[in-house]
Design a protein around this ligand. Sequence first.
Ligand SMILES: C[S@@+](CC[C@H](N)C(=O)[O-])C[C@H]1O[C@@H](n2cnc3c(N)ncnc32)[C@H](O)[C@@H]1O
Length: 594
Amino acid sequence: MIINNHSIYNQLLDKISYSNDINILNKYFNQEYGFISFFSSSKKVQDFKTFLKKNLDNQKSIEFDYQDLGDFQTPFEFSVDVCNFLSKITEKSEVLIEPTCGKGNFVLAALKTIPSIKYIYCVEIQSKYEWIFKIRLILFLKTYRKRVQIEFHNENIFTHEFSPKFLDMMKEKDCIILGNPPWVTNTELENLGSKNLPKKSNFKKFKGIDSITGKSNFDIAEYIIYHLISKFDKYNGYICMLCKNIVIRNIIKENPKLYLNIGEITQLNFDSKKIFNINANASVFIAKLNSPPEYTCVSTNFHNSSHRCELGWYHKKFVSDIAKYKETEKFDGNFSYEWRQGIKHDLSRIMVLKKHDDKGEYINGNKEKIALEEDLIFPYLKSSDLKKMIVNKSRFFTIITQKKVGEDTKYIKEKFPKTWNYLNQNVELFRRRKSSIYRNKPDFSIFGIGKYSFAKFKIGVSGLYKKLNFALIYPIGNKPVMLDDTCYLVPFGKKKDAIITWTYLNCKEVSQFMESITFQDTKRPYTKDVLMRIDLHSIVKNIELSKILDFYKKELFNLTNYELKLEDFKTYRKNLDPSNVIEVDKDKKKFRSF
Ligand SMILES: C[S@@+](CC[C@H](N)C(=O)[O-])C[C@H]1O[C@@H](n2cnc3c(N)ncnc32)[C@H](O)[C@@H]1O
């Protein structure tokens, strides 16, 4: 982007050529435009001259390729829309703080739409934006004959210290903290070798922030927002930030621990594909500062507020729709069996096979034809195979090298030499698997394997698909079916138990409950934690036997052809009673065995 406004460049160049004295120049920019210390050092005077000359020569001076800084400048039109919205709730705000101001679209939009603003405080880490921002602001102030005071700091918001003088002034005034902090995660930054990360020690002083620093992957925006709220939640005003929805959820989730003084929390969803050409679920996050801490948030659409829901904490549970949850709260508890995640091997091109013929030949992901013994080969399902209600066919197969996690794999050499050879031809790929779980484990180890994997019947569900569907999985070719690690399963030894559980899981009570606690805008809406919350016993207790039998007969019987009587549901209900517990896991949770 090149600013092609030659006349302003010439004017400014003329002005700063009069003197090299930074004090005289700063006095000029203060009197003329309201900047407090336009130049922070003599070097900056030279920088500015170079910048102006370059632009006058029409040279390319600015490039937008700073991925590690999450550098997606907010389109001016959208900044105006956001500020128009804000102007209705923050009529008397005098101070605007933009912590990551970039080229300043939010600042200009706020000046255009919120007349009460008199003081602008900006921070931006990239020096290339300083002159663009300042020149745009000068042009704006000249055009609209506005008079404000401006502080700009070319610094990192994580280390920037707000001056006591500024904080003193803030005691008397209402503020708006406004901006669009970078939407990148620390892991993405680390992969890019970026240093734009908060130092953990800086965050220790925040209330309860330790609990968050423990998280393995977090958004930089989340830290910037915590940082600002922690600094300013005793001052009057609002914070308004564009960020991913997950950031807003995390703030609300953590607030009972952090006790941040924010209320009237709102999430205004917008189409980030349309506005930023990015695929992310994002919103305008707005909260009132200096307000008793709140733990819920109203979620609606930025452009159309007809659908509203409230998400957050309700009766010590974190839910996606409080109104819906109130109706299904009685089903929130513990599932009677243990949900398990499918097989993890991190080597699909070697481990996931297709059948080539019936003589034991398979094709792997590298399109290599391989002959293997049948014994360690099992039918294998992916998330996309679980869209059906009943699964009795598989497109894929996998090699199951262990019966339980950590089992020695050397037995394969003697018993299944073809399989052993194939695995050994690819041993380096197995050893290069990145995840630390494979470290110090036998070659060809897999995870998500145990007695349950070999159960004859299973109910499977995809963790990834938005539409919830519990699939009944039959053995295929007399073999138990394996699922990949995007799926979750409950194992059953008896067909009848599997079918009755599947019937209950597919009833509307379960789907309504799941809708009220899951977040459809996450990559994996259904996790083990979420599935374990379905209180099967309560579902069974609350649905009349005749009703569930009816549902089975009308909706499901034609898929199974398996006769069930009222008595079967009665016995099932009796067996499910928590007093009939069979297994207890390491966390002392009780389950029924399969
Ligand atoms: C998504 S852009 C938004 C810019 C501007 N707020 C807007 O809405 O157009 C994020 C901005 O944050 C700046 N930034 C990234 N990390 C920063 C940090 N640690 N301190 C200050 N600014 C930072 C980037 O340089 C970039 O200009």
